[in-house]
Design a protein around this ligand. Structure first.
Ligand code: HSE
Length: 293
């Protein structure tokens, strides 16, 4: 039996739509695998009633098939589905790392990202590695086609998770097909600023790079209270606030000393908007890690 802890992740980070992602210290899924004749899946934990246990429809099941590694897979969901925090990616990443270990496949982490992305693609129909890359490699990742850049960074974060759901399909439909030259120039600048901030562990630069004029504006109407929550977070000391993935979670970057105040202000703004939510006060974290075997 192999047990792996696989973290929640936040994709896009404002200026890096479909490219950037980071691993959070928490929450996380715990994935246990045990060799078996055929793959079976059992899911418990946060939102488990919405996660299919049919191996053909579960990212972890598709990963087992791709690795030719049948197993009994037990998933304890810490990352709620449809949260914008990489829920299915956490399960895919956890399964990929656990099955690689269990079956002594010897694949590299980057090879496992490709396998986990297949799991995501088979289940969601879209092959984005912007969540599975940080879920396996940890830290900050930039994914373009098959090329992955990874940086370990230490940045304090607040992830607010509203008790609402945003469909990724809906959130993708509202994204404009093209952007103006001015928006393109600003986005390149913001993305470069964010990347430099990751190399320097600098929350000012990372927060500034969360700005985005190209995609976020088209999605704010899907995330109840986003404008108010962003303003509240920034006023309380956040250096930047963005929609996490396709939403509804909202990610703030801040200095460690400001984290509690930022979380409190964001939750209060969500409550004022009539949205129940919880906040994870955390920091950038490691990729999927074998806990025991
Ligand atoms: N980058 C995707 C989106 C979500 O914002 O639609 C995560 O793959």
């Amino acid at each position: 039996m192999v047990t792996v802890r696989a973290p929640a992740t936040s994709a896009n980070l404002g200026s890096g739509f479909d490219v950037f992602g980071l691993a959070l210290g928490r929450p996380a899924d715990v994935v246990r695998v045990e060799r078996a004749e055929e793959t079976t899946i059992e899911v418990k934990g946060a939102g488990s009633q919405y996660v299919p246990e049919d191996p053909a429809e579960n990212t972890a099941g598709v990963v087992a098939r791709e690795l030719d590694a049948p197993a009994h897979i037990s998933i304890d969901k810490g990352v709620r589905p449809s949260s914008g925090l990489g829920s299915s990616a956490a399960s895919a990443a956890g399964a990929a790392v656990a099955l690689n270990e269990c079956y002594d496949r010897g694949l590299t982490k980057r090879e496992l990202v490709r396998i986990a992305a297949e799991g995501e693609a088979a289940v969601s129909g879209e092959a984005h590695a912007d969540n599975v890359a940080p879920a396996i490699l940890g830290g900050f990742t930039a994914v373009v086609d098959d090329e992955i850049t990874q940086v370990d960074a230490t940045i304090s974060l607040v992830a607010c998770l509203p008790e609402t759901v945003v469909s990724t399909r809906d959130a993708r439909q509202v994204v404009p097909e093209s952007v103006s030259r001015d928006d393109h120039v600003r986005t390149v600048g913001d993305a470069a600023t964010l990347t430099a901030g990751m190399f320097r562990d600098d929350p000012e630069l990372v927060g500034r790079g969360l700005r985005d004029g190209a995609v976020t504006a088209s999605r704010t109407s899907l995330v109840d209270g986003f404008d108010e929550v962003r303003d509240a977070g920034l006023t309380a000391g956040a250096t930047g606030v963005a929609i996490s993935g396709a939403g509804p979670s909202i990610l703030a970057v801040c200095r460690e000393d400001d984290r509690t105040a930022v979380a409190g202000a964001m939750l209060e703004a969500l409550a004022d908007a009539g949205v129940d939510a919880r906040a994870y006060q955390t920091e950038m974290g490691r990729g999927a890690t074998v806990a025991n075997r």
